[in-house]
Each structure stands twice: as structure tokens, then as C-alpha cells.
Design a protein around this ligand. Structure first.
Ligand SMILES: Nc1ncnc2c1ncn2[C@@H]1O[C@H](COP(=O)(O)OP(=O)(O)O)[C@@H](O)[C@H]1O
Ligand SMILES: [Mg+2]
Length: 269
């Protein structure tokens, strides 16, 4: 995926200014920066929730910057949200299955008829969804109602849902925020598994530098809507401009986690 000169304005406010980078297929890019830097807005531009004022966003040869969210799965793109929105009355398993709907044969009309290929596909999707949940340590919750789960666990469910679409490019917005140490470890293992299997390209927005160090091949730092630097996690953490951006804002730990491992310059995982 390649972004070039992405700009986003709301009225007179510039949210993103000339942002550009390439994520090589099969690699993980960490997107970091203080709160308000524009990370979620950039995800919104990629996923079609916002339309960039100018610039280009390409997956392979397809220009996607003018595509609406509903068209994103056609381009192999899936995402999770900083504040997950699940169907709270449905079971966790049903929430995860929603992510796989686009892979069922036929369309909604044929789903209602329930022909044998359809039933078979559904059974396969269910098994895959349960495997995904199991992998993230959420197997126990499959048949619980989503509203019984904590915010942290909703993140895991949302990740499973996104993976069910078998995306080529996956965007994760603060996937580790609010997770316990054990849940963070399961998350890192899951992403390592995806990386080892190849083929998926990931962009991860995360304040938890242990997660970024463990997973990101490259890091892009945003500040005030502009790219401040690009390099390895190590280079980012020791770059004086990055340290200043964080210290100046004093916002590295202002997410909902009190985990002292959060924060630039701390690479414990
Ligand atoms: N829909 C919008 N209208 C106006 N301003 C917005 C909108 N979305 C984001 N912004 C502004 O863009 C800036 C970056 O926000 P955001 O992308 O959420 O940052 P981050 O995810 O890095 O914390 C903030 O100042 C925010 O208020
Ligand atoms: Mg954000």
C-alpha cells in the first residue's frame, strides 16, 4: 500500500498535511504519534470513512482514496476501530462471523434459501471463527453475549471479525489499549502468526511501544498531521524530534491504560 501527499482539511483546520509512505506487502508498519497527531484520521482516509482533500492511496495498482467504506473489502482492506462497535446483543461468535459474510457464496437472497454449499460454507466459517477466538484466548466467550465482555476483550473480538474477511491489508487502531499483559501477549502472538503465514500487510496505531517494537518492521511517526520521521522502532524511540513531540504533548500515557510499559523510550514487551 502506498500513500502519497495525503491532505485532509476540515474547514480551515488542517488535520493531515502531505503524508506519504509505503508499506511493503507482508510487513507491519507501526503508526505512532501523540494524541491528536492524525493517526485515526489517516486510517479514516484509507478506509473511506473520510475522503482526503487531496493525495493518493493505492493498494497494488488500485487507487482507493475515493472509495467508500462499503467498497473497501473489494480492495482487500479491513480495519478495527479505536472504540470498537460490536453488536452488543449478539453473541461474540455471531459478531465475528459478520466479518466473514462477504466470503459466503451468492448474496443475501441465496443465503435465505440455505442450499448445501451455503450450509457447508457457513460451517467452515464457524469453525474458522472459533479458531480465531481460541487463538486470542477468547474461545470461552464465543457463546456469551458481547455486552458481557470488557472493552479490552471487545478489541480482540473486533480483531477476529476483521480477520474473518481474510484481508490483504489490515489497519488496527490501538489494538492493545486497555488489554491486560496476558491479552497483549496473545495479541502479539496472533500477529506473529499472521506475519509468519505471509501475505497480510498491517498498519498498527499503538501507544504501547512494547507492541510496536515486537511487531513493526518500520515505524512512521506523525505529529500535528505531518510525518515527523520514518525508520525502525529503535530509531523512532531514540529520535530527539520524536521524544520532544511526545514530551511536549505529555500525552503518551493518556489513553485508558495505566500500564507503565506504555510510552516512547520504553521497549519492554
Ligand atoms: N471529523 C472531524 N472534524 C473536525 N476535526 C476532526 C475530525 N476528525 C478528526 N479531527 C481532528 O483531527 C485531529 C487529529 O485527530 P485524530 O486523527 O483522532 O488523532 P489521533 O488518532 O492521532 O489521536 C484532531 O485535532 C481532531 O480534532
Ligand atoms: Mg486515534
Amino acid at each position: 500500500m502506498t500513500l502519497a501527499d495525503v491532505n485532509l482539511h476540515f474547514g480551515g483546520v488542517t488535520v493531515l498535511k502531505d503524508v506519504g509512505f509505503t508499506v511493503e506487502p507482508g510487513t507491519v508498519l507501526g503508526l505512532v504519534g501523540p494524541n491528536g497527531a492524525g493517526k485515526t484520521s489517516l486510517f479514516n482516509c484509507i478506509s473511506g470513512h473520510y475522503r482526503p482533500s487531496s493525495g493518493s492511496i493505492r493498494i497494488d495498482d488500485a487507487e482507493i482514496s475515493q472509495t467508500r467504506p462499503a467498497g473497501m473489502s473489494r480492495h482487500g482492506l479491513a480495519r478495527t476501530f479505536q472504540h470498537p462497535a460490536l453488536q452488543l446483543e449478539s453473541t461474540v461468535l455471531d459478531n465475528v462471523l459478520l466479518g466473514g459474510h462477504a466470503r459466503l457464496p451468492g448474496g443475501p437472497a441465496s443465503w435465505a434459501v440455505r442450499l448445501p454449499p451455503m450450509v457447508r460454507s457457513e460451517r467452515e466459517l464457524r469453525a474458522e471463527a472459533l479458531d480465531r477466538l481460541e487463538e486470542l484466548g477468547l474461545g470461552w466467550a464465543a457463546h456469551r453475549s458481547a455486552d458481557e465482555l470488557s472493552h479490552g476483550l471487545h478489541k480482540g473480538v473486533e480483531l477476529c471479525r476483521a480477520l474473518m474477511a481474510r484481508p490483504q491489508v489490515l489497519l488496527l487502531d490501538e489494538p492493545a489499549a486497555g488489554l491486560s499483559h496476558g491479552e497483549v501477549d496473545s495479541f502479539i502472538q496472533t500477529i506473529h502468526g499472521l506475519k509468519a503465514a505471509g501475505e497480510i500487510t498491517l498498519v498498527i496505531v499503538e501507544h504501547h511501544m512494547g507492541v510496536i517494537s515486537a511487531l513493526a518492521d518500520r515505524v512512521v511517526v506523525l505529529n500535528h498531521g505531518s510525518k515527523l520521521m520514518e525508520g525502525t522502532a529503535c530509531q523512532a524511540q531514540s529520535d530527539p524530534r520524536v521524544i520532544e513531540a511526545y514530551l511536549g504533548k505529555d500525552s503518551m500515557d493518556s489513553n485508558d491504560s495505566t500500564d507503565t510499559r506504555d510510552g516512547i523510550g520504553d521497549d519492554a514487551a
